[in-house]
Design a protein around this ligand. Structure first.
Ligand code: FAD
Length: 563
């Protein structure tokens, strides 16, 4: 059976697990009524199932090509992107002022989840365009906003993000691309960028590049970087694509997966660009957008995991080996684990999105701190789940999983990069234990208190599950106190296991809420038991590792590692 958007699952989560209702009660998001939510779920779900899902295999089997310097996308991708654009799905959360729907990011993430499950390679184009829209909304001059936003929001033009250079990956501050002021107030951008997703496309009339570069008076490191809008075609007096800018795609990378999405080496050769935001503050401008992009990449992991789970479930029902394989305990274990993980990662991501929206709607600092805390967890756990579930999908298929014909392996190849781009998962974990704990753990402790209160309230109905979640939250509270007393190097050494433990316990929390919502008996409660009794206990091992600090790791020198 082809991919089917899990519309009912979103309905349940937004109703009972991370309720959207408080958001709809705010002035800013008053339009997010149950009717509107239903229309979004149904409309986007149908578009994903009908227009996008058939393209995923096509993109894998007919990779994008570079022809005379121009990217040619896979057959059907243009129509697929039009379906996204025409439905308004690029701009669910973009401001209504320039043609967006002005709805909460939470609904945008729901749509991104479905688009990612249907066709990740194409969704990536919309995702980057969304990021660019957000960066422009917050930082661009009115002139740039009026010129670019309506075209980006309607999907007539698309957007890219240009940070990475050969010597500047995680260390963005090492970038060398230059920007020189021109007499007319614009800038000449010169340099090479690598790994630029959808750096060119035949899906849209223009491709707008947001490029990080250094002005002549920009100091070294991250503080001297500025952000520029550098379009493929310079807009003419009427705002239509005019003459070609002096930039080009040098080559496309050959990748492990995501063959439908071109990953470009870009050369900017004195290309004309316009400053976005303040001089030397480009990285900060990029970061306002990158937080949402991080959450959205976590959601990509969830979407792919959903699709991989659906495929594995179908196969397990049909394949017979001493009876249908779905009846073997180990296969049942794999399927139940996949389903439980997808639910947990999705709830964490949507919990983060609701906090983000509540922060924006109410201006309350606690909500902003909550979403900031949850963002690295949602990104890393969502993409870890994407990898783990798609890997298990291969295993459920047995030998057929390793044969490309089934499409099972594609999920794993495609999703693998989500743990790498938009800040590797290691960097996310360091963000959690570093920057996100600069409040002395206040946001984390507040969240853990809610987890414990929720567990207390569930104790009468589900004593064992509630007790397990309560005890886990208490252990995490103690581990967080230990972490806060550690130096940064020790924290960083344990960052990844600490983040994983945090995610496990939040997963248990949301599963418990789901079980309570159905009265403590039924399939959601059974799934909650699978998660809380079988998967959540991994937190203890993860915290044991997190407490170990750095010393033991550095006891092995590079020379020791070589022997
Ligand atoms: C398919 C694909 C699409 C991409 N799309 C885009 C795009 O559209 N725009 C764009 O600008 N970039 C894009 N990227 C680049 C991507 O964001 C980078 O690959 C990523 O930021 C990591 O940088 P790097 O590859 O140089 O790895 P490195 O920075 O060299 O990292 C290598 C390893 O070292 C670790 N590491 C590095 N520094 C530290 C540190 N300080 N502490 C602890 N660990 C550290 C990393 O976690 C990683 O495990 C894309 C990459 C790929 C593969």
């Amino acid at each position: 059976m082809p991919y089917q958007s899990p519309v009912g699952e979103f309905r349940f989560i937004l109703d009972a697990v991370v309720p959207l209702a408080p958001l709809a009660a705010t002035e800013r998001f008053g339009e997010a009524t149950p009717d509107m939510v239903e229309a979004i779920l149904e409309g986007a779900g149908r578009m994903c199932d009908e227009a996008l899902a058939p393209l995923s295999r096509v993109g894998d089997q007919t990779p994008t090509r570079l022809e005379n310097g121009v990217v040619r996308s896979a057959p059907g991708f243009k129509a697929g992107f039009s379906a996204i654009a025409d439905g308004g799905w690029v701009a669910v959360a973009a401001s209504a002022e320039h043609g967006g729907m002005g709805l909460p990011q939470t609904l945008n993430m729901v749509v991104n989840d479905m688009m990612s499950g249907a066709c990740l390679a194409l969704q990536l184009n919309a995702l980057l365009t969304q990021g660019q829209i957000e960066a422009l909304e917050h930082h661009a001059s009115d002139e740039i906003k009026n010129l670019y936003l309506p075209k980006l929001i309607s999907g007539v033009w698309s957007g890219t993000m240009n940070l990475t250079e050969p010597q500047a990956g995680t260390d963005v501050g090492a970038l060398r691309t230059k920007a020189e002021p021109l007499d007319d107030g614009s800038y000449a951008i010169t340099g090479q960028k690598i790994f630029i997703t959808w750096g060119d496309s035949d899906l849209t009339e223009n491709v707008c590049h947001l490029v990080l570069a250094r002005l002549p008076d920009g100091g070294p490191g991250t503080r001297g970087i500025s952000l520029f809008m550098v379009p493929k075609f310079l807009p003419d007096a009427d705002g239509n694509p005019g003459v070609a800018n002096t930039l080009k795609v040098v080559s496309l990378e050959h990748k492990m997966g995501l063959h439908g999405s071109p990953t470009c080496v870009m050369a900017y050769e004195g290309a004309k660009g316009w400053l976005v935001g303040e001089k030397h503050k480009g990285l900060a401008a990029m970061f306002t957008m990158m937080n949402n992009a991080r959450l959205a990449v976590g959601v990509q992991g969830v979407g792919v995991a959903e699709a991989a789970y659906q495929m594995a479930l179908d196969y397990a029902r049909e394949r017979n080996q001493m009876g249908p394989i779905i009846n073997h305990a180990d296969v049942r274990r794999m399927l139940a684990t996949m389903k439980a993980e997808v639910f947990a990662a999705r709830a964490i991501a949507l919990g983060c999105a609701v906090a983000l929206d509540m922060g924006r709607a109410t201006g309350e600092a606690d909500w902003a701190a909550r979403s900031a805390l949850l963002t690295p967890i949602a990104k890393a756990y969502g993409t870890d789940v994407g990898m783990a579930v798609s890997e298990t999908c291969v295993q459920v298929h047995g030998g057929m999983g390793y044969i490309e014909e089934t499409g099972a392996a594609q999920f794993y190849r495609d999703v693998r990069v989500t743990a790498i781009y938009e800040g590797t998962n290691g960097i996310q974990a360091m963000d959690l234990v570093g920057r996100k704990m600069m409040d002395g753990g206040e946001a984390a402790f507040r969240l853990l208190q809610e987890v414990e209160d929720n567990a207390e309230a569930a104790r009468a109905m589900l004593p064992q599950l509630a007790g397990d979640v309560w005890a886990a939250a208490e252990t995490l509270r103690e581990a967080t106190e230990v972490l806060l007393a550690q130096g940064m190097e020790d924290r960083f050494a344990g960052a990844v296991p600490y983040l994983r433990a945090f995610a496990r316990i939040l997963g248990g929390h949301y599963h418990l809420r789901a079980a309570v919502a159905e009265g403590g008996k039924g399939p959601r409660s059974a799934l909650a038991a699978v998660y809380i009794r079988r998967l959540m206990p991994q937190y203890a091992a993860a915290l044991a590792e997190a407490r170990e600090g750095a010393e033991g790791l550095f006891a092995l020198s590079p020379e020791d590692l070589a022997h």
